[in-house]
Design a protein around this ligand. Structure first.
Ligand SMILES: Cc1ncc(COP(=O)(O)O)c(C=O)c1O
Length: 510
């Protein structure tokens, strides 16, 4: 249970956050406050101390307590990564399965895995679409829908890709079991074991696992949180190494959140085509910008069929549907065959349901709602108020990520704790998941949170799914070990599922 002074401090902090108490406002004296609230003077003093420590108020000698001027949030961005320019096998990805398993535990607050909170997904519409598909297509839905997949769904996807600038015929699209399968098929189709693949650094850990499983070598390319993959570094790598594929998350990358500009996308497509290196584009977050105009895709600049475009509805409609797709360009036949031999087909009834959701406009309506739940303080892709209190510097991008920096993210304890390890139980979805090995440099770490968890109005409402009320949110609490927890019991307690996604590497000293 909260102490009275904590409740009082939280209430006043809320009023300051809401602007009811403004910077420079003089606060009632401790006796007056105690009288107003029916509390003891000691409680009022303790509450003011807590607010002072939190930086929301200041005491002026012989004058009293005042609301502090709101410190401008210092946006911390990680620097461009500086990986070793050498291809190496991927290792150390054993944590990922445990992270994935924790994602299904409703008692765990998910603060790192890029899994949308079910409270923000159109579960009713999905339920109706699935029921309607099973009802209206009783015979068809019980049959295989062999690759390339349901024509109606491919038609809808082609229509959407056109809106992102890519002219792709529905026959060029192959339906997959999520984006992960699309990425796997793409890599399988253009590489052989032992080949070198150029990747963003850091990159999505699922991709690193595919690289590992296929026996490929990863060549990390320096990547900047704002501009993405360094094209200069990629060119040098292509000159130096026999790279067989390049993979990029072009819009709102995971974990950094960057969105490449049209010019960069075009240059990336031209560069990879010049070296005859297939470009695998992962656009899973492309529909999740905060602006109305959807960002373009690299595939839009592909004239020779060199881009294998991959995406899914996992981040927008639901990851449980397992509907993704690939537009593999000139590699269509290889991908089609591999899709067939891997698992024959993707579920027919879900393909029918997703086609219906896209065609009926319910998908777009849902996206508009998602756009409304934007993180305040989006610095790369919008404006507004900070999503977090100013004392927690952060930046936000599209793709439903919010990146939190500063002391909170710099806390090391979480990173040294593994699930099941003696004395601990925290998740360590740390930076090493996004890199395939550890190297000595240690730039500013950043914690990547799903936006739902960062939204001040909504987060507290998600109840069983683990919503986080930001008025009581203490990012430092995320990073405390179990033994510290007693002191932070009134804070968010994601001690197991605080899947933590730092954008940069950890040093061996951790
Ligand atoms: C960049 C990226 N690509 C692919 C995936 C996997 O997508 P799916 O669930 O559709 O297989 C994820 C999931 O987190 C992701 O972040």
């Amino acid at each position: 249970m909260d102490h009275l002074y904590t409740q009082l401090a939280a209430d006043m902090a809320e009023r300051i956050e809401q602007g009811l108490l403004r910077p420079g406002d003089r606060l009632p004296g401790v006796r007056e406050l105690a009288r107003q609230r029916g509390l003891s003077v000691a409680t009022a003093v303790a509450a003011y101390r807590a607010l002072e420590t939190g930086g929301q108020i200041e005491s002026r000698p012989r004058s009293g307590f005042y609301v502090r001027a709101r410190a401008r949030a210092v946006i911390v961005e990680p620097e461009q990564s500086n990986p070793l320019p050498k291809p190496t096998p991927v290792s150390g990805q054993d944590m990922v399965l445990r992270l994935a398993q924790a994602a299904n535990d409703p008692t765990i607050v998910q603060l790192g895995a890029a899994v949308p909170d079910p409270a923000f997904l159109p579960t009713r519409a999905i339920e109706r679409a699935l029921a309607s598909a099973a009802h209206h297509h009783r015979v068809r839905s019980s049959a295989y829908e062999f690759p390339p997949g349901l024509p109606a769904l491919r038609h809808q996807i082609a229509r959407r890709m056109a809106a992102a600038g890519a002219r792709v015929h529905p026959d060029e699209i192959i339906i997959t079991n999520g984006c992960q399968e699309a990425l796997t098929l793409a890599l399988q189709s253009v590489t052989r074991p032992g080949d070198i693949v150029a990747l963003e650094s850091p990159t999505f850990y699922g991709l690193l696992q595919v690289v590992d499983a296929l026996g490929l070598k990863a060549l990390e390319i320096p990547t900047h949180p704002r501009t993405g993959l360094s094209l200069e570094a990629l060119q040098l790598a292509l000159e130096q190494w026999p790279v067989k594929a390049c993979v990029a998350v072009t819009n709102f990358s995971n974990p950094l959140g960057h969105c490449m500009s049209d010019e960069q996308k075009q240059a990336l497509v031209e560069l990879t085509a010049r070296y005859n290196v297939p470009l695998i584009e992962d656009d899973i977050y492309g529909d999740l910008g905060h602006r109305h105009q959807r960002p373009s895709v690299a595939k839009a600049f592909d004239t020779g069929g060199n881009v294998l475009y991959c995406s899914s509805v996992s981040k927008t409609l639901s990851p449980g549907l397992r509907i993704g797709w690939i537009a593999p360009g000139r590699f269509r036949e290889q991908v089609l065959y591999r899709k067939y031999v891997t698992n024959l087909a993707t579920s027919t009834v879900t393909q029918l349901a997703v086609a219906d959701l896209l065609e009926s406009g319910r998908y777009d309506r849902h996206l508009r709602v998602m756009q409304g739940i934007r993180p305040r303080g989006a610095t790369h892709d919008g404006g507004g108020e900070p999503a977090f209190p100013a004392r927690h510097p952060h930046y936000a991008t599209g793709g439903r990520f919010c990146h939190l920096g500063g002391a909170a993210a710099g806390h090391r304890q979480l990173r040294t704790q593994r699930p099941g390890a003696a004395g601990g139980g925290q998740h360590r979805a740390g930076s090493d998941l996004f890199r395939h090995r550890q190297i000595p440099e240690f730039p500013a770490p950043v914690l990547r949170l799903p936006v739902e968890r960062a939204d001040r109005n909504r987060a507290g409402e998600t109840g069983a799914t683990g919503g986080v009320s930001l008025s009581r949110f203490d990012p430092n609490a995320i990073l405390r070990t179990r033994s510290d927890r007693a002191a932070t019991d009134d804070c968010v307690r994601p001690e197991i599922g605080a899947s933590f996604a730092s954008a940069q590497t950890e040093g061996p000293h951790n």
